[in-house]
Each structure stands twice: as C-alpha cells, then as structure tokens.
Design a protein around this ligand. Sequence first.
Ligand code: ASP
Length: 358
Amino acid sequence: MTVVPLVFFSLFASTAGLGDLRKIGILGGRVVIYYLITTAVAITIGVSLANLVKPGVGLKMAASGDVEAILGKVNQVSPSVVRTLIEMVPSNPVKALAEGNMLQIIFFAVLLGIAVLAVQGEKREIVITGAQGLSDAMIHMVNMIMKLAPVGVFALGAGVVAKHGLKVLSNLLVYALVVVAGLALHLTLLLLVSLYGLGKMRPGEFLKKARAVMVFAFSTSSSNATLPLTMETAEKELGVPDYVASFVLPLGATINMDGTALYQGVAAVFIAQAYHIPLTLSAQLKIILTATLASIGTAGVPGVGIVMLTMVLTSVGIPVEGIALILGVDRILDMLRTVVNVSGDLIASVVMSRFEGK
Ligand code: ASP
C-alpha cells in the first residue's frame, strides 16, 4: 500500500529538489557517480557475504503461493541484464504504478523530476512542493503503520517459530551477524579507499571528529535527523567548504544509503535461501541494480529500508511475506546501517572537497 506512492513521490521530489541541473554541473555529476559506485559496492559485499555464509539455508519456508509459480516468475523476471535495462522504460507509467514495477516507476519518477525543472515559475514550485508534501505524508503513513509493528513482529515471530522450530532463531542470528560484518567491511573499505586514498585524510582523524555524528545516527536511526549535525561537523571539524557540504550532504541523506543497500542485499539472499529459491547470476545482478535504485528512493528516516526491501524482493520474484522472518531484528540493524549511511555521506563530502581542489 505504501511502497509505490512513497517511492514515486519521494524520488520525484528529491530529483526535482536538486534545482537547476546545469548549475549543479560538475560537482553534481561527480558526487552522483561516486554515490552510485559506493552503493553498488556495498550491496555487492552484502550479496557476496550472504552467498558465502548462507544464513537462510536450512530453513524450510514455503511461500503461500505455488512455489512452482514463484520459481517460474524468478526465471521469467530475470532473463538478462540487457533486457532489464531495456524494460526499465515503461510504455505506460500508470500501468507501471498499478503493477508496482519498481524499476519503471523509478525511471519515470527521475525523468519527471528532471523534466519539471524545465517548467518555469509558479507552476514548477507548486508541483515540487506538492510532491514533497505527499512524500512527507507517505512517510507519516509508514510511521503510523509502524506503530503496529511490535504487535505484528510478536505475532509473526511466534507463528514462524511455532511452525518451524527454534532453528529459525539461529539462522536469524547468523543473518544479523552477516549484515553487521558486511557493514563493518564496507565502512573499512570506505575509510581506507575513499577517505585515505581519494580524500587524503587519515581514518583515525576522521573517526575522532565524526564520532558524535555516528553516535547520533545510531541512536536516531535517521539520516535526515542527523543531517544538521553532519553538516556542522563537515564544515567546522573536517574543513569541507560550505557550498560542497550544503550540496553533497543533503543529497547524500536523500539518495546515498550504502548501509541500507548492503542490508537489502543480505536480506534478499537470506529470504531467497529460506524459501529455496535459487538465484541465478542475472537475478543477483538485478538485486544489485534494484537495491542501488531502491536506496536512492529510501527516505532517511527510521524503518524505511525494510519497506523498500519489498521492491527489491518483488523485482526478482522472492515472496514479500519473507520479510516477516527478519522484521524482529530490524530495528537494531537499522541503527547500524544508518551509521554507515551517514558516514558514507560525510566521507563523500571530504572526497568532493579534495576533487574541488580544497
Ligand atoms: N534509517 C535509515 C536512514 O535513515 C534508512 C533505512 O535503512 O531504513 O538512513
């Protein structure tokens, strides 16, 4: 109910909110490429670790639908990367929205966001403000629904354990540990390769100065709530020029979610393993592509990553009900992935300053 409108409005509003694309120019191009590459690396780490450790193997979940039909759908929806790219373009955007075809929805929302920048004056402002309002309303709706989450988690968790035994819990622990290990690995890579290699800053110095931001991100689980502190730290502590911080960081809090993408990669493979759905290489590449795009549309507020996970699962035909398995441990993983999300933004601001010759 919430995913399609949330993705559409928030992605449209954040693309249109970038302002004049030409003026943003080189800095914008560089940072978007940087964000996409780091996100794709994050999710590749997640998918690879989950394939290696196999946290979901041994679980005997059966989808309520016909498994054959699901398997058929997996094969049918993951034919080739080239076809995936071509099929990203919807022939009818309303159909894409009605069917929840996420790649097509994302493609259309971004294109519409870019196109609206060409509309002049009041008309443009009304459309963008309206979309931002609707996006806020959708986030509020998610929060309202999430109030029921404790009851839902209890009922789903009890049901799953009663049906499948305690084995589920040990698999769940391994799953959570794989996510944590992936996040730690990605943060280390970011620190060493991006910060030290490209930004020419020592990781120790960064960690000392960014400590407060990380603690704040952990305790709020929200990139958006942390944004004011992230910006202040970048400018005052890390020496990032104003114009770089004020562009790179809000954009990062909106579209750059390395931690979330990594977690989605692990979760998708975990659920597929639990339901005995073999993932072909092209299905895994599709997960990487969808999760990279999903993380762009993930709002920087608590718990949205798991809502967007439904989109990744749907794109390769993994049963969405598998989310019930991992919902119980999501809050703590949300706290941890938000730390990586925010650190990724902050490191990007240092790297971009260096690229700008500052
Ligand atoms: N809580 C995350 C953030 O704000 C998003 C998510 O993964 O739910 O960065």
